[in-house]
Design a protein around this ligand. Structure first.
Ligand code: ATP
Ligand code: MG
Length: 440
């Protein structure tokens, strides 16, 4: 994209409604704009990041054997009356009435709807297990929407639901999803720690939250450095395969034996047993939450299937959420500096910015056009006739992993300067070498 033709409205001033870094930087870098309290429009650069996160989440769900579908945002109240949650959910639910006076709602989550879809079609234990997911907007009328997209009212969530014949199967599905989550967060460039969580009003007895570290997190967390040393993505003998019960078991033991707790569950005696150099603590942001809740919905909504002996069985369920839009803010909280955002390579809106320091200079223009063509949509070309300082500042603010700086002296000799945003490291290279470094 050429900056002169783009809709990336960066701001020089810090908007005063933004109290945390990610919110400030998302507004300043032109990623989002608020349209109503806790409701945001995603502008082109922000949408590219959101889509990149979505892609990684989707790839890992698919790899774990989950199947994607798409459920609507608007739901009929009847389903929620069946499960009993229509009354229980309270003020966070946005209730709507249609022209025929029917009670509708904007879905805050989808357990009821997926259970309804399941019971309409699945009649036999032979069709189990199933893991179904979608990536869809949710609405929760949060009392205090804040921190930009991190606690919005409308937000994008990946929610998956598993159906198994028995408890053992449900535990297996739970472990598969947990592995998919750890792989997802690693690919997003995040250190995520699974913490045992309360099962809350939904009930059940197996639940984990995934917390990433950032100074502005809502809770204090304590964990063993072991979590940071595990490579969840690696294949081979030491790796974890979703389809191997032995691997899933070994993985789950790793996830549950090392110490990890939020302040509410912090256990001083157990913490003291963690060797000093292995102790990590800090503020954390919840980016995902998984739980097993057995037959809560299949029973209340009468979603039985015929078991092996012909008798009806209520499948055991779990649900698994990732805050896709929250992650955009959370990644920035975990990865920024004074000058701006530092995008991990895997989700950056553009892999590189091309900074033309002298628009109108034949050598600079020629080199930049050639780079821009060869980077095929992965680069943002700063072709504005602004001062170099303005371009440097904007590129740092927007956080592209690489900056390719093209000045008249270098260009005359066929050279560009390549800067790595994360380290500030610079090197002067030929065009081919710069492109090779970007690709590698
Ligand atoms: P929280 O405790 O932060 O309110 P929750 O327990 O209500 O989260 P879940 O119902 O488990 O969240 O939803 C799954 C995921 O959706 C959360 O882990 C979080 O990443 C995301 N999420 C929840 N509420 C919001 C929100 N208001 N804005 C953005 N993302 C959200
Ligand atoms: Mg909540």
């Amino acid at each position: 994209m050429r900056l002169t033709r783009s809709f990336i409205p960066t701001l020089k001033e810090t908007p005063n409604e933004a109290r945390i870094a990610s919110h400030r930087l998302m507004l300043r870098a032109g990623l989002v704009r608020q349209t109503a309290a806790g409701i945001y429009a995603w502008l082109p650069a922000g949408l590219r990041v959101l889509r990149n996160i979505e892609r990684i989440v989707r790839e890992e769900q698919d790899a774990a054997g989950a199947q994607e579908l798409l459920m609507p945002t608007i739901q009929a109240a009847e389903l929620w009356k069946e499960s009993g949650r229509y009354e229980d959910y309270g003020e966070e639910m946005l209730r709507i009435r249609d022209r025929h006076d029917r009670d509708m709602l904007y879905g805050p989550t989808n357990e009821e709807m997926i259970t309804d879809l399941f019971r309409q079609s699945v009649k036999s234990y032979r069709e189990l297990p199933q893991i179904l997911y979608h990536i869809q907007w949710k609405f929760r009328d949060e009392v205090r929407p804040r921190f930009g997209v991190m606690r919005g009212r409308e937000f994008l969530m990946k929610d998956a639901y598993s159906f198994d014949l028995d408890h053992a199967g449900a535990v297996q599905s739970y472990r598969k999803m947990m592995l998919a989550y750890m792989r997802t967060f690693q690919r997003l460039g995040l250190k995520a720690i699974p913490m045992e969580a309360d099962t809350g009003p939904i009930g059940g007895d197996l639940s984990h939250e995934f917390i990433i570290l950032a100074p502005t997190g809502e809770s204090q967390v304590y964990y063993d450095a072991a979590f940071e040393e595990i490579d969840y993505v690696a294949g081979g003998a030491g790796g974890f395969n979703h389809d191997s019960a032995a691997d899933l078991n070994r993985f789950f033991i790793e996830m549950t034996t090392h110490y990890a707790a939020t302040d509410e569950k912090h256990d001083l005696a157990k913490w003291a047993a963690v060797a000093d150099p292995r102790r990590r603590e800090g503020r954390g942001i919840e980016v995902g939450h998984i739980f097993y809740f057995g037959t809560k919905y299949t029973k209340s909504m009468n979603a039985a299937v015929a078991g092996p002996d012909g008798k009806p069985v209520f499948p055991e369920m779990g649900s698994y959420g990732i805050g896709v839009s929250r992650l955009v803010g959370a990644v920035i909280e975990a990865s920024h500096d004074e000058a701006g955002i530092i995008w991990p390579d895997s989700i950056a809106p553009f892999k590189a910015a091309i900074l033309n320091l002298k628009v109108g200079d034949a050598a600079c223009d020629g080199l930049c056009e050639s780079l821009y063509g060869r980077l095929q949509g992965n680069a943002l070309y700063d072709d504005r006739s602004d001062r170099a300082g303005v371009k440097f500042n904007d590129a740092d603010l927007m956080g592209h992993p690489w900056q390719i700086i093209v000045g008249p002296r270098g260009a005359a000799a066929g050279k560009v300067e390549l800067k790595r945003r994360a380290t500030g490291e610079r090197s002067e290279l030929s065009l081919d070498d710069a492109l090779a470094k970007l690709a590698g």
